[in-house]
Design a protein around this ligand. Structure first.
Ligand code: ATP
Length: 435
């Protein structure tokens, strides 16, 4: 029977056997009455009547309607704090890896001091000749492409060299100090810096009609006259004082870092060892050029801006006498520097001799350690520093009129190969704030 098709009568609701009948006795079982189930509907009329009753029932008992409830999931993110924008800065950011950089890491490394897109770039200049060579590249004399009369010095440094010598921070520090420094008549200005994929560029002030650096001038012409030394010394003192007043310690005063223009005015270059240091604060890195290094730096103790005055003393001593004041021409390590056997230069004026004794005194209590004292020293009595900064004097007219006998056969004569390089005892210091 199960397989026989049966015809449904309209209005007749067939239920399955299992639901409505008991297998044991054939009588009808109790039917379960369900709301909305038209069990007794015999015809179409009854069906319609049932529907309308059901609708009425639903109207007067609305709670029977099916309701849907939206179960909202908890937001997995904690609510963002409002108005506390600064707190985001405190979040620990993971160290960026190479692949995190949108621009190549060897460009990112030198940002922001050396921008990648610069209006002024190497294509704006014609390189004319080489001026000198530094630790990481070459310095060229260049003229502007649209104005061949305007001369600049362009320092072109190799990124590969800088990275391999772990001097990234040093180079960036040099650029930022030079760019932020206000202009001064005796400090070379940095007009612009930029980078390509392989090189860093710095556009520097070029001294008009330059006669080269002070070392070359000194080597060509021999010792300078006291009058020339007075003017060059005063110009450098003014530049050093300006740096100190701007919270910068220079740490590399030497003949090679001073270039002269055609009138003999000095221009301080190369801020490779300069550091931002507030007046009165100390630092401790052993760096500089050995033969110009003060006992304070060489000792490894903390020191401050005054060490620049010592180096200026050494420079002035060399300009007049052609020898180092202390027997350090052979030194190759700061621990070997000797600050003994100093003798006052003979054959010079008493004022200059006294100035040297004061600037090169090992004891700090006797040493000339400030511009105020230098300015008032009898050797500079004839100099009006305001006029000097207006470039009212012309050192060139005094250069070459040497009165001093520079022949010192067994003395600490200068050997240019010995102190060409800057000296840094602890390279590691470039990577922390001590530098
Ligand atoms: N503004 C400038 N005008 C003229 N000549 C310059 C200028 N800047 C640098 N020079 C020349 O280039 C040489 C090297 O320059 P500089 O010392 O700045 O390079 P560096 O890479 O910083 O070298 P260092 O190894 O001494 O740190 C100088 O000795 C000087 O002769």
């Amino acid at each position: 029977m199960g397989n026989v098709a049966t015809r449904k009568r309209p209005g007749c609701h067939h239920t399955s056997r299992n639901d409505d009948y008991n297998d044991e006795d054939d009588g009808p079982v109790k039917k379960r009455i369900r709301i909305g189930e038209p069990q007794h509907i015999e015809n179409e009329y009854q069906k319609l009547a049932f529907k309308s009753r059901l609708q009425k029932l639903k109207k007067c008992r609305p709670h029977l309607k099916r309701r849907t409830y939206k179960v909202e999931e908890a937001d997995p993110r904690p609510p963002l704090p409002r108005f506390i924008v600064d707190e985001y800065d405190n979040y620990e950011k993971p160290e960026p890896t190479r692949k995190d950089f949108a621009i190549p890491w060897f460009e990112h490394l030198f940002l922001p001091e050396f921008p990648t897109r610069s209006v002024i770039n190497e294509k704006s200049f014609i390189l004319e000749r080489q001026l000198g060579r530094g630790s990481f590249g070459i310095v060229y004399c260049a003229s502007a492409i649209h104005d061949s009369e305007r001369k600049f010095a362009i320092k072109m440094q190799e990124k590969r060299e800088i990275i391999s010598k772990r001097a990234v921070l040093q180079v960036k520090r040099e650029a930022s100090i030079q760019r932020l420094l206000p202009s001064h008549p005796f400090i070379a200005r940095t007009y612009s810096t930029w980078q390509t994929r392989t090189h860093l560029y710095s556009l520097l002030q070029y001294p008009t009609g330059s006669t080269g650096d002070l070392f070359s001038v000194w080597r060509q012409r021999g010792s300078l006259s006291e009058a020339a030394i007075r003017l060059i010394g005063a110009e450098l003192a003014s530049a050093i004082d300006f740096l100190h007043r701007n919270d910068v310690i220079y740490r590399d005063v030497k003949l090679e870092n001073v270039v002269l223009d055609q009138w003999g005015h000095a221009l301080l270059i190369d801020f490779g060892l300069a550091k931002k240091l507030k007046q009165g604060n100390n630092t401790g890195t052993i760096c500089g050029t050995l033969q110009y290094m003060s006992p304070d730096v060489a000792s490894g103790h903390m020191y401050s801006h005054y060490v620049d005055w010592w180096s200026l003393g050494v420079l002035l001593h060399i300009l007049l006498t052609g020898i180092y004041p202390y027997p350090n021409s052979e030194a190759t390590h700061h621990a070997n520097l000797k600050f003994i056997d100093y003798s006052t230069p003979i054959g010079c004026s008493a004022e200059f001799a006294n100035l040297m004794d004061r600037m090169l005194a090992v004891s700090l209590t006797h040493r000339l350690c400030s511009f105020t004292v230098l300015h008032a020293h009898p050797f500079f009595r004839t100099i009006n520093f305001s006029k000097l900064e207006q470039k009212d004097y012309t050192p060139a007219s005094e250069i070459g009129n040497a009165e001093y006998d520079t022949y010192h056969p067994n003395d600490e004569t200068l050997d240019d190969t010995l102190y060409k390089e800057n000296y840094e005892f602890d390279r590691f210091d470039y990577f922390n704030d001590r530098f």
